[in-house]
Design a protein around this ligand. Structure first.
Ligand code: DQA
Length: 144
């Protein structure tokens, strides 16, 4: 099972960026641990600060991969283009957020992408990604 994790703008600064909100750990240090926890999932990772690159990546993998875990960062709250791209592809997308966006500023409480994602996991810091992978793991045909 091939799953792509996509992180959007400013998430390359995870660990250093507002650690009180987003935690003190970088995504790069977390990724090997995540891969180890899901040996049957072939994980790939992509990060970009550019909206167009995120769209291109969704188009590139969106008809072949089994799933996408997407933290679109602030584009969550602004990007109709991202919502259209998710609606356009066949691969299911799980929306994740590190912080509990529902408990933050009002402008973070609307997501353009939620309605085209299979579900949203928000507020569990880096564990949000692990919980999203559990969803995809549950879709995998079980070995007897
Ligand atoms: C975020 C929440 C967004 O509102 C914010 O713009 C981010 C990170 C999160 O993971 O909590 O960049 O997506």
């Amino acid at each position: 099972m091939q799953i792509l994790i996509i992180n959007g703008p400013n998430l390359n600064l995870l660990g250093r960026r507002e650690p009180g909100i987003y935690g003190t750990r970088s995504f790069d240090s977390y990724l090997p641990e995540l891969q180890e926890a899901f040996p049957d999932i072939q994980l790939e990772y992509f990060q970009s600060n550019h909206e167009g690159e995120l769209l291109d990546k969704l188009h590139e993998v969106g008809f072949t991969y089994h799933g996408i875990v997407l933290n679109a960062g602030a584009f969550t709250h602004t990007s109709l283009a991202l919502a259209d791209a998710i609606a356009a592809i066949a691969t299911p997308v799980v929306e994740v957020h590190l912080s509990n966006v529902a408990a933050r500023e009002e402008f973070r409480q609307h997501s353009y992408i939620s309605r085209v994602c299979v579900g949203t996991i928000t507020g569990f810091k880096l564990d949000s990604y692990r919980l999203a992978l559990h969803y995809f793991e549950g879709l995998r045909p079980k070995r007897v």
